[in-house]
Design a protein around this ligand. Structure first.
Ligand code: NAD
Ligand code: UFG
Length: 351
């Protein structure tokens, strides 16, 4: 791996993946529009690397720009080539991810998530860059499948965000079918990434009211929100709340390096993998664990079920384990401890 382009590299999952690659002394080029992140993320990454004497400014190139801008993408590839360090693989995180917002603003979601991806694949093709990991989501399975979700289950998304992820998966599969030797493709279907780097120097920092449970819990803990509303306690589950497959973002970052190595070791590949821990926890278990490991109280109240939720979602992780020989190692306790450490740090920085 010479130089990996990371789109959306200053976002939540992207920033942890950039750090993971830099810790391994790999070269990265980051593209981000900063729509849902900021340049401060780069400072956080730098600080963490400096603490272990691993910071090398020559290993990281940042370009602010939009993946929908073809000329911009072309320039990024060209500049890397001119510097003698052509981009030889891409991790494609950039996109919009709020389910509720996607239903209200479908055009922007199709434009960024699908047109932006097509643009990127076009420029990769122009540059004979054939290796790509794409951030997909468990949301593509919808709600009518056998649990745990297996990669061969049919794809039945039920919201705009999910449709855009399924569309990009289809595009990638069509690209591979058109000329299998031309591509090395990895589609990673993430389950529920939470937590932060243990340093508390990078993490998730939503620029609007969080839709997802973990940043919401963190904001209740820090006093930014009064209480957590738990969407339903009458689900057909042991404690009546929904079960999800939470995975530590540091583990999730690691799997990108391993999956990319797997792709680079082959002439051609088209891989679709679930990425989760394969063990579900209920909303109440998550709240209780967060309270216990951080010795604090999360005010909560049960409210109505949220439209589109399903009772239980977790991954069949056997394919990931068998192919990559890798399992996430961090526990729910780690996720809660590290996530709170970041949020706590963030509040004190703002103060
Ligand atoms: P994030 O919003 O933190 O990161 C995405 C990054 O992309 C942001 O930094 C944003 O500024 C950037 N971006 C947005 N539009 C862009 C554009 N047009 N051009 C360039 N950059 C742009 O999200 P995340 O949680 O890090 O998610 C990363 C990827 O993983 C997304 O594609 C998301 O759909 C997918 N995913 C996330 C989750 C999750 O729960 N976080 C679950 C499944 C899949
Ligand atoms: N929940 C609450 N209160 C909240 C927020 C969430 O009770 O304020 C509950 C939800 O009802 C659900 C659970 O917490 O039962 C998890 O909800 P999230 O929104 O955190 O996660 P989802 O599993 O619904 O969806 C997330 C992402 C999707 C992604 C999916 C699978 O939002 O984009 O994980 O990866 F597709």
């Amino acid at each position: 791996m010479k130089n990996i382009l990371i789109t959306g590299g200053t976002g939540f999952i992207g920033s942890h993946t950039c750090l993971n690659f830099l810790e391994e002394d790999l070269n990265i080029t980051i593209i981000d529009s900063l729509k849902n992140s900021s340049r401060n993320v780069l400072k956080g990454i730098k600080k963490i690397l400096e603490l272990s004497n691993k910071y090398d400014e020559n290993k990281i190139n940042f370009y602010e720009g939009d993946i929908r801008n073809t000329d911009f993408l072309r320039k990024v590839f060209l500049q890397a080539k001119n510097k003698g360090n052509p981009i030889d693989g891409v991790i494609h995180f950039a996109g919009l991810k709020a389910v509720g917002e996607s239903v209200l603003n479908p055009i922007i979601y199709w434009d960024v998530n699908v047109n932006g991806s097509i643009n990127l694949f076009k420029i990769m093709e122009e540059n004979n860059c054939k290796t790509i990991l794409f951030s997909s989501s468990a949301t593509v399975y919808g709600n009518s499948q056998k649990i745990p979700f297996n990669e061969s289950a049919s794809i039945k998304p039920f919201n705009t965000y999910g449709f855009t992820k399924a569309a990009v998966e289809n595009i990638l599969n069509n690209m591979f079918d058109s000329d299998s030797l031309k591509w090395r493709i990895g589609i990673l279907r993430y389950f529920n990434p939470i937590g932060s780097h243990p340093s508390g120097l990078i993490g998730e920092n939503p620029n609007h009211k969080p839709e997802n449970i973990f940043p919401y819990i963190c904001q209740v803990a820090s006093g930014l929100r009064e209480k957590l509303y738990i969407f339903g306690n009458d689900w057909p589950t042991p404690d009546g709340t929904c079960y999800r497959d939470y995975i530590h973002v540091v583990d999730l970052a690691e799997v990108h390096k391993i999956a990319l190595k797997y792709l680079f070791a082959r002439d051609s590949a088209n891989l679709t993998l679930n990425v989760g821990k394969g063990k579900p926890y209920s909303v109440l278990e998550l709240v209780n664990t967060f309270e216990r490991v951080n010795s604090l109280k999360i005010e909560h109240e049960f409210s109505f079920r949220r439209d589109g939720d399903i009772a239980t979602s977790y991954a069949d992780t056997s394919k990931m384990y068998n192919l990559l020989k890798w399992k996430p190692s961090k526990s729910l306790e780690d996720m809660c401890k590290d996530g709170w450490n970041w949020q706590n740090n963030l509040v004190s920085i703002k103060d």
